[in-house]
Design a protein around this ligand. Structure first.
Ligand code: COA
Length: 256
């Protein structure tokens, strides 16, 4: 179905694998277009409850935007490319269904930015992270200057962005860039275990959690106001009735 992605739907979990291993899964235009189509599937397919994004092969998650497409771009063209990347990654960040990055190797430049746009990250122990754009005379443009600051703090973020240095999985874990570090052979299983727990919860409560948490970083919304709004919206929903009744009846809730 896709040229540059592999997809698989099992137990409500849609796995999107970026599949250009010979180019370390670099994000060229085709990958970005197809990623948007895969995100349409995530949004539209009722059988999909949550998603995993990972890279093909054992070496790289994604080694960045495809540098071969940079040559000769004007300032306006560079900006348009970054806009498309930012918009794509906003779709991931704002997805009402959870999307987890399984970082199975190099997550560099746009690869680190892609991972950061996911709701959380799990890394294999060979994973390496960096924003090496300064080496190319540019800066991160797919949201990296913002999300790295949000996730690891401004001092650490600017050190990484200005040096272009790579950090290993253990350091990424210490920085709070990833939630778990596991061996590569159990990377997808670890994400699957967590997503099965999440998928058994109320999908409307999960979507509300994402909306409220994202508002913490919004410049034009008050996060507490957004929390009040989505909290209120949970009341009277079939999921809330089921959750509360199940607790009071001392049984497990069954969310539809
Ligand atoms: N864009 C385009 N092609 C890329 C790429 C990228 N971001 N990252 C890797 N590739 C390609 C290489 O050009 C090479 O292609 P080739 O076999 O046709 O020459 C192939 O992927 C394998 O990469 P290679 O550099 O040979 O592997 P390595 O193990 O020696 O080095 C890296 C791995 C990740 C350290 C190195 O590929 C690298 O520095 N990549 C660029 C990272 C980067 O700057 N990303 C940010 C972009 S904004």
């Amino acid at each position: 179905m896709y040229n540059t992605l592999l997809t698989n739907l099992e137990d409500g979990i849609f796995t999107i694998t970026i599949n250009r291993p010979e180019k370390l899964n670099a994000l060229n235009k085709e990958v970005m277009t197809e990623l948007n189509s895969a995100l349409d599937e995530v949004a539209d397919n009722k059988d999909i409850q949550s998603a995993i994004i990972t890279g093909s092969g054992s070496k790289a998650f994604v080694a960045g935007a495809d540098i071969s497409e940079f040559k000769g771009l004007s300032s306006a063209e560079g900006k348009a490319m970054a806009k498309y990347g930012q918009d794509t990654f906003f779709r991931i960040e704002n997805s009402s269904k959870p999307i987890v990055a399984c970082v199975n190797g190099f997550a560099l430049g746009g690869g680190c930015e892609l991972a950061m746009s996911c709701h959380f990250r799990i890394a294999s122990d060979n994973a390496k992270f960096s924003q090496p754009e300064v080496n190319l005379g540019i800066i991160p443009g797919y949201g990296g200057t913002q999300r790295l600051v949000q996730l690891i703090g401004k001092g650490r973020a600017l050190e990484l962005i200005m040096t272009g240095n790579m950090v290993d999985a253990a350091t990424a874990m210490q920085y709070g860039l990833v939630n778990h570090v596991v061996s590569q052979d159990v990377l997808i299983d670890t994400a699957t275990t967590l997503l099965k727990i999440i998928n058994a919860k109320s999908s409307s409560a999960i979507a509300a959690s994402i909306t409220a948490a994202n508002a913490a970083y919004s410049h034009n919304q008050n996060g507490y106001e957004v929390e009040l709004e989505v909290f209120g919206n949970c009341f009277g929903t079939p999921d809330m009735n089921e959750g509360v009744n199940a607790f009071l009846e001392k049984r497990k809730p069954i969310f539809r």
